[in-house]
Write a protein that binds this ligand. Structure first.
Ligand SMILES: Cc1cc2nc3c(=O)[nH]c(=O)nc-3n(C[C@H](O)[C@H](O)[C@H](O)COP(=O)(O)O)c2cc1C
Length: 376
């Protein structure tokens, strides 16, 4: 199987599985507890159907959107995710470059493996810096200052991860940073020597957003450095300090969405972290209409979770989402083939959206509305 044989999410996932040692593949693919929420994220799009209009004379398609003041050539962006250079040695460099090619936004995680400054210097497309809230308020301020100085456009505070999710696949393989593999996990690495050769022949693994501040495992980072008492007052202060486009990732309730609007957020991302945190929590798509009705006229409502198809994107936009984030949809292609993989995935997504908009009879994203949807 080669990159050109990949035509959809499942193909990329299959190719990534062939290339990656089992523990790393399962870190990406897995989710919390019984992974019910993870499965439901994609299944939720099946709850409704698209109702196309015909004979609308759709010639050229404009799928551009403006989100939190950023112009995106397509309504899909790459959500921030940790540890990308473990998945492919090009890591965040590949994702940022591919997103730039498609004129869209990319996220850099606090647990990213390339520095936000390097990525900001190398690429012109909008960059989101994903941030976790630490007990040490000085550290929070220093990290925000650093992002500001680098010229990051949007600060995205993840609010669904005040403690780590129960990822049982990782417990079985021993996946952690630094590695603490079980014997079975080690054997799985031995089966993929090419991954190991790439790992040792490229630049040393680092997490440059945090290197200067922490010297511990990711599990301890979540339990010891993150602040589970983070409150609305804390976030209000951060929004003021940032003094720019600020966004909360992981909002799900209407009450929280309203609060986010009140404290001056430019946007919220409805998200359950790809099902990796609270299993049994609602799918973002299922929650979208309520939240858009409550705050959609005041702030930009985005969503991520389970998006695999152009039609998923059109359904979310029809309900009022301003843009849609993808996680595994770009990570499996990254693992499968680096930048070429992410470019192929984003290209397929763009082609699907374009074709689907034409079939729906809409020439621009603004023409999508709930009239296009019927729930079963
Ligand atoms: C391997 C992996 C690592 C992730 N790391 C982070 C992270 O560091 N920070 C964060 O806010 N979200 C993180 N996420 C969540 C994504 O930003 C996004 O919310 C999620 O992947 C969307 O679901 P999807 O994978 O079904 O598209 C991660 C997701 C995955 C799959």
């Amino acid at each position: 199987m080669r990159l050109r044989d990949c035509h959809n999410f499942h193909d990329f996932r299959k190719l990534a599985k062939r290339r990656l040692p089992g523990p790393i593949f399962n870190y990406i693919d897995g989710a919390a507890d019984d992974e019910v929420t993870h499965r439901r994220n994609t299944a939720s799009f099946e709850r409704c159907d698209l109702v196309p209009n015909i004979l609308r004379g759709v010639n050229s398609i404009d799928m551009s959107v403006t989100v939190m003041g950023q112009q995106l050539a397509m309504p899909v962006y790459c959500s921030p995710t940790a540890l990308q250079r473990l998945f492919h040695h090009q890591g965040e460099r590949a994702v940022a470059a591919a997103a730039e090619k498609f004129g869209t936004m990319f996220g850099v995680s606090s647990l990213g493996t390339v520095s936000l400054e390097e990525l900001r210097r190398a690429h012109k497309n909008p960059q989101v810096y994903q941030f976790y809230f630490h007990k040490d308020r000085g550290l929070n301020r220093a990290m925000m200052q650093r992002a500001k100085e680098a010229g990051v456009e949007v600060m995205m505070l993840t609010v669904d991860s005040i403690t780590g999710g129960n990822r049982e696949r990782d417990l079985r393989t021993g996946f952690s940073i630094p590695f603490r593999l079980t014997l079975g996990g080690m054997l799985q690495f031995a089966l993929k020597p090419m991954w190991g050769i790439n790992y040792v022949t490229h630049e040393r693994f680092r997490m440059p957003q945090l290197d200067a501040h922490i010297d511990m495992s990711i599990a301890r980072y979540f339990t010891e450095l993150m602040d589970p008492t983070m409150s609305w007052d804390d976030v209000t202060e951060m929004v003021k300090i940032w003094n720019g486009k600020f966004c909360l990732k992981g909002v799900m309730s209407v009450a929280d969405a309203k609060r986010a609007a009140e404290i001056g957020c430019a946007g919220i991302v409805l998200s359950n972290h790809g099902g990796r945190q609270l299993d049994g929590s609602r799918a973002p798509f299922d929650q979208l209409a309520e939240v858009v009705d409550a705050v959609g006229d005041r702030i930009d409502v985005l969503m991520d979770g389970g998006v695999q198809r152009g039609t998923h994107v059109l359904k979310a936009l029809s309900l009022g989402a301003k843009a849609v984030g993808v996680g595994r949809f770009h990570l499996f292609p990254l693992a499968a083939a680096g930048q070429a993989g992410v470019e192929r995935a984003l290209g397929l997504m763009r082609t699907e959206i374009e074709r689907d908009m034409r079939l729906m009879g809409v020439a621009s994203v603004g023409q999508l509305s709930r009239e296009n949807l019927r729930f079963r």
